[in-house]
Design a protein. Structure first.
Length: 255
């Protein structure tokens, strides 16, 4: 019996010693800093695209990381002349896997397969005395990108042909803060949650005058939330909009 106890204690001690070692995951860690030439300059945003590549916007161009190293895309003499500034403040991936790049004064689309920048800002400037400054971008999975200007301008563009499909929507906003969210539901409706009310693209009238700030999309419709007491539901089956009690905790809703 004593020998069995000794064997048990010995086995337990071996497990306790080896367990922490075996539990350590095999993770390859790489550390980069401003000593690396590729990432010199202030980093402003990081995203991982649908293919798994890492994109980084910096004050010194756009970076792509493929687990082997960085590739830099920046304006140089004779290279990427369309990019007027290397100071990129934000990036977004559209439905085609291309990258929207926002500089201080302009918005560009980086075509990933072609590795070239398209300056889309002149399209937004048409028929305007003052050029709008894009502040936020909403990329929807139906091939549409919405851009919100600093002064509340709303632009809608097709990801396939942004230079020829831009339209400005008159939702009467005065600031980028007036647009809380733009949501695509399962039936292709595009919802604009704004300070002035709830709009559905393609419909002239407001769906609601409430200022909804959150939305949750389900197969059967969309829940909109203003506060703990103001909620509404759009029923796809009946194409009706009804005010109801919220079905569950607010943690179910995305901001």
């Amino acid at each position: 019996m004593k020998s069995l106890s000794k064997i048990f204690v010995a086995c337990l001690a071996w497990v306790l010693v080896c367990l922490p070692i075996s539990a350590v995951p095999f993770v390859k860690t790489q550390i980069f800093n401003d000593n690396d030439e590729a990432i010199q300059g202030r980093l402003t945003q990081i995203l991982q695209d649908k293919q798994g590549f890492i994109w980084v916007s910096t004050f010194n161009g756009l970076l792509k990381y493929d687990s082997y190293g960085f590739r830099k895309y920046k304006s140089l003499p004779g290279k990427y002349p369309e990019l007027e500034s290397n100071r990129i403040n934000g990036i977004w991936e559209n439905s085609n896997g291309d990258i929207w790049c926002l500089t201080g004064e302009s918005i560009y689309l980086f075509k990933v397969k072609e590795e070239r920048f398209i300056n889309v800002q002149p399209v937004l400037n048409r028929n305007r005395a003052v050029a709008p400054r894009v502040w936020n971008v909403y990329c929807l999975e139906n091939g549409i990108t919405w851009m919100i200007g600093l002064d509340g301008e709303c632009f809608r563009l097709s990801d396939d042909d942004p230079l020829n499909t831009c339209e400005e929507l008159p939702y009467g906003q005065e600031s980028f803060l007036d647009i809380s969210r733009i949501v695509l539901d399962r039936h292709g409706n595009e919802w604009i949650l704004s300070h002035n009310g709830l709009y559905r693209y393609g419909h002239a009238d407001k769906t609601s005058s409430l200022h909804f700030v959150m939305a949750e999309v389900f197969d059967y419709g969309v829940w909109f939330v203003n506060s703990l007491t103001q909620t509404a539901f759009y029923d796809e089956n009946t194409a009706s909009f009804n005010y109801r009690e919220r079905p569950e905790s607010g943690s179910r809703f995305r901001i």
